[in-house]
Design a protein around this ligand. Structure first.
Ligand code: NCD
Length: 304
């Protein structure tokens, strides 16, 4: 048994296996309905969440398992000053697998070092979000049929957006990937992400501020929310929050088979008028999140 802290712990072959398992679960859910009978998932969410926590819980319940946990730090002993290490030592006595979200980068890694139970990083600060990336990959697989030769535009808060960092890492391993990084000057991709994944692999990339200029080239457009909770001051947030708003008008120059993704929650960055466009895949993406998490739970528990 092992933990999933960073998407790069998985080889592309292992990602293919998870995608295949997720797809089989979608096609044959009854085959998997009792695979986790008697198993318990703990969801420890020290930060707000709708999709990630509920999809983990839905995933475990759909596998026949049970769930327990908390959805805010204030209702756990963290509010009394307990360390992550002590919390995890405790929860490891109550659960077979743990999904944890924390505002501090590296907290799930520390957690995984303090228990023998697998720990899944459900988002750590502005760092990583590997299970959102698995969701994104299952979506891309179903929308596009392959991972190769895709020009991926990432738009919005590329600095603090943890889903962006994990997706860049994952996509940097496929043949023919190109990145178009679309952000305001202040919210560019951190240099460690650019160096480690993009430059080291000689991946063609552009950094631009204008979404409309990038639009015609893209196979995938990954929109993101400006991460208010990671800003040091509200003024900067207010100035940057509406940097990009995707509207039907802006999609006029886009490819006919563009795939529009968003990890959600959406604030203003995609107009609701875009939702009816067949290229808008972000609600289909939500659905895939449940099935890929079922595949991940089975795999980490050795029940696949
Ligand atoms: C993302 C996250 O938490 O990083 N949400 C999610 O898990 N689907 C994106 C965000 O909060 O903007």
């Amino acid at each position: 048994m092992r933990s999933l802290i960073d998407i790069m712990q998985l080889t592309t072959a292992e990602i293919d296996e998870l995608v295949a398992l997720g797809s089989d679960i979608i096609a044959n859910p009854e085959k998997y309905a009792h695979k986790c009978d008697g198993k318990i998932l703990a969801t420890l969410f020290f930060e707000p969440s709708t999709r990630t926590r509920l999809s983990f819980e839905s995933a475990m319940l759909s596998l026949g398992g049970k769930v327990l946990g908390f959805s805010e730090a204030s209702s756990s002993s963290a509010a009394k000053g307990e360390s992550v290490a002590d919390t995890i030592r405790t929860v490891g006595c109550y659960a077979d697998i743990i999904a944890m979200r924390h505002p501090k980068e590296g907290a799930p890694l520390v957690a995984s070092m303090n228990t023998s139970v697998p720990v899944i990083n459900a988002g750590d600060g502005g760092h990583n979000h590997p299970t959102q990336t698995l969701t994104d990959l299952l979506t891309i697989h179903h929308e596009k049929g392959h991972f190769d030769n895709l020009t991926v535009g990432l738009c919005g808060d590329l600095k603090f957006g943890r889903t962006v960092h994990s997706l860049i890492a994952a996509m940097s391993r496929y043949t023919g990937t190109k990145f178009v990084l679309i952000s305001p000057e202040e919210l560019k991709v951190p240099s460690y992400v650019k160096e480690t994944y993009i430059k080291k692999n000689n991946i063609p990339y552009e950094q631009v501020t204008d979404l409309e200029e990038a639009m015609p080239k893209l196979d995938i457009l990954y929109m993101t929310r400006v991460q208010r909770e990671r800003f040091f001051n509200e003024e900067d947030y207010l100035r940057l929050k509406d940097s990009y708003i995707l509207t039907p008008d802006k999609l006029k120059t886009a490819k006919k088979d563009l795939t529009i993704l968003h990890p959600l929650p959406r604030v203003n960055e995609i107009s609701v008028a875009v939702d009816d466009d067949p290229r808008a895949a972000y609600f289909r993406q939500v659905r895939y999140g449940r099935f890929i998490r079922m595949a991940l739970i089975l795999t980490l528990l050795g029940l696949n």
